[in-house]
Design a protein around this ligand. Sequence first.
Ligand SMILES: *Cc1c(COP(=O)(O)O)cnc(C)c1O
Length: 429
Amino acid sequence: MRHFDYQNGEMFAEDVPLSRIAGEVGTPVYVYSTATFTRHYRVFADSFLDTKALIAYSVKANSNIAVLATLAAQGAGADVVSGGELKRALTAGIPANKIVFSGVGKTRAEMGDALMADIRVFNVESLAELRALNEVALELGKNAPVAFRVNPDVTAGGHAKISTGKKENKFGIAWSRAEEAYAEAASLPGIQIVGVDVHIGSQISDLAPFEAAIIKVSGLIKRLRAAGHTISSFDIGGGLGIPYGNNTAVPPPPSEYAALVKRLTADLDVEMIFEPGRMIAGNSGVLLSEVLYVKRGEDRDFLIIDAAMNDLLRPALYDAYHDIEPVMQPDLDKIETYDVVGPICESGDTFTKGREMPKLESGDLIVLHSAGAYGAAQASQYNTRPLVPEVLVNGDEYAVIRSRPSVEDILKAESMPDWLTKHENVTDI
Ligand SMILES: *Cc1c(COP(=O)(O)O)cnc(C)c1O
């Protein structure tokens, strides 16, 4: 069931017409569906009801605190990659014992905050990080629960920039060094080994890489236990892909993923930890935008819209595909071919090239689908375009969950040094 679909000739988010949100909040704006977030979380979580499992939603996919609270109400934990995300997760009511902390470059300050909050586990990615964590834990009189993120050297992920589990990627402990890392961890008084962690990539559209990684890590878990380590959790990361439409690869449903994981880990006697991000958030949101101009080029037509790469970076960063539809149900007899572009002064500010779409005109509203993950979370204010706002729909009501700053708000964060304010041509701020 699609919660972004046409009713009476125009597109709704659940029971709210998108034209109403555009009129009241303005465009560009991200619009999320509570029902979709909840359904995706439930589909994933319900496939593991018969398993000891923690579902730690990957906060970086969509980190708005209202989104986190929506998932927390369903029982979600959180996978955080910074002190800022830790604060978000705690603010949204996610219990500390359901929070895992990932990332290759945790600072000592972030480690301290996470230790004081008593999070579930640190996914440690290097011996240098391990030693720093040990020191911080000892200073604070704490014991840091640790899993090493190991790099199983498997190929996965829909794009070179979202593959993370190959030996040339910066992530994880090199496979051949994993056992010596555990040996060192066991010798440190501020560290308590609790598990093993992997995360092999994102937008993974078939089960083979997961299978390869699980088989490798299962073997490692057995060797670690034989060496005397206590391994009680196996974090298999996130990465399950989503359908983006058109002829992009269609990933397996969570039920098939769950069946594979359960089959391969049944005799391991571990708690499984999952870190899904995109699978939960991706199709829970759209980017709503207005057509500014249609421009006839030499050999093509450009649809210039009011959203840009600073609002949705994925096409520029990963060559990502997003389905684009008009908000008013179109007349499918009138099809045109467009390059859809934003107003930013970069050729990379292009959402798609040569796309066949219903004919559109200046002032028409459109949506870019599948924009709920790695959309708003990656937005910037490049070109002094105020950070794109976010709206959460719930049935027939909606709320602005991040407001659009004014240009004055942006300028307030900047200041003139003394030597410039003395200059007569500078306006006194
Ligand atoms: C980004 C990330 C995830 C989430 O990946 P998805 O593809 O969105 O599921 C999970 N774990 C780690 C460590 C990550 O960096």
